[in-house]
Design a protein around this ligand. Structure first.
Ligand SMILES: C[S@@+](CC[C@H](N)C(=O)[O-])C[C@H]1O[C@@H](n2cnc3c(N)ncnc32)[C@H](O)[C@@H]1O
Length: 218
């Protein structure tokens, strides 16, 4: 892995995501522009904004959708979804308590009400959701082409099993708990994620950039 310089976002203490500034510390991943597509996909499911070429042609979510953001980090996705869909009930979780503290600070900054859970994937989260979104760690430690991430938390970056260990576990947990699932993974991993999801009875509706949208119920 080649070394990069200390990230500007950590020096500044914030990073822009979906047009808003989010507090970031070294306990959280710096939000990436490709992750904004998660927000766009959920807004499309909610019928608020339609994406060109989107497979879901109409609103499929109820007026007050229940949304869960797993591995929320800075909270950028959860907070943005609550701001864009104020009627939604939004929950967010992370296995890292320091990361959750950053997410809670960002929720307070924007005055949004989000239920936060410290949980290993869905283990300590009860109930079901209309949509689960997850940008979990998916980097394989052996990827030599990844650079400039050495200042970010390992817990936010790496997973076993070619980077897909956590995503596979989530796919196993989400059945009967969600209607739609949006997963971020590197495009080189998408075929494997789709294959595993299919074996769990899920249907791939759309692939956009780094994101895959599944109908969990098939
Ligand atoms: C790639 S970062 C994404 C952060 C944020 N969602 C974003 O898009 O900027 C992954 C997050 O997942 C959390 N995480 C790692 N393992 C987890 C687990 N087993 N259960 C829940 N969260 C986990 C990390 O602490 C980290 O905050």
């Amino acid at each position: 892995m080649s070394e990069g310089s200390f990230p500007k976002a950590y020096k500044d203490g914030f990073k822009e995501f979906y047009g808003r500034e989010f507090l970031v510390t070294r306990d959280v991943l710096i939000p990436r522009p490709e992750t904004e597509t998660i927000v766009e996909i959920v807004l499309s499911l909610a019928g608020v904004q339609y994406l060109p070429g989107v497979i879901v042609p109409r609103r499929v979510l109820p007026d007050r959708p229940r949304i869960l953001d797993v591995g929320t980090g800075s909270g950028c996705v959860a907070v943005t979804l609550k701001l864009e869909l104020p009627e939604a009930s939004v929950a967010a979780s992370d296995v890292s308590k320091p990361a959750l503290d950053v997410a809670i600070t960002n929720a307070r900054k924007y005055g949004v009400d989000i239920d936060f859970f410290e949980s290993n994937l869905l283990e300590d989260i009860h109930g079901d959701f209309d949509v689960v979104v997850a940008n979990l760690p998916y980097v394989d430690k052996n990827w030599s082409w990844i650079s400039g991430v050495e200042y970010e938390p390992n817990l936010a970056l790496y997973a076993e099993d070619g980077g897909l260990g956590l995503i596979y576990r989530l796919l196993g947990q989400v059945k009967d708990r969600a209607k739609y699932l949006v997963i971020e993974a590197d495009p080189v991993q998408h075929d494997k994620v789709k294959e595993r999801a299919k074996s769990q009875g899920m249907r791939c509706l759309e692939t956009r950039g780094y994101q895959i949208l599944f109908s969990v119920l098939g």
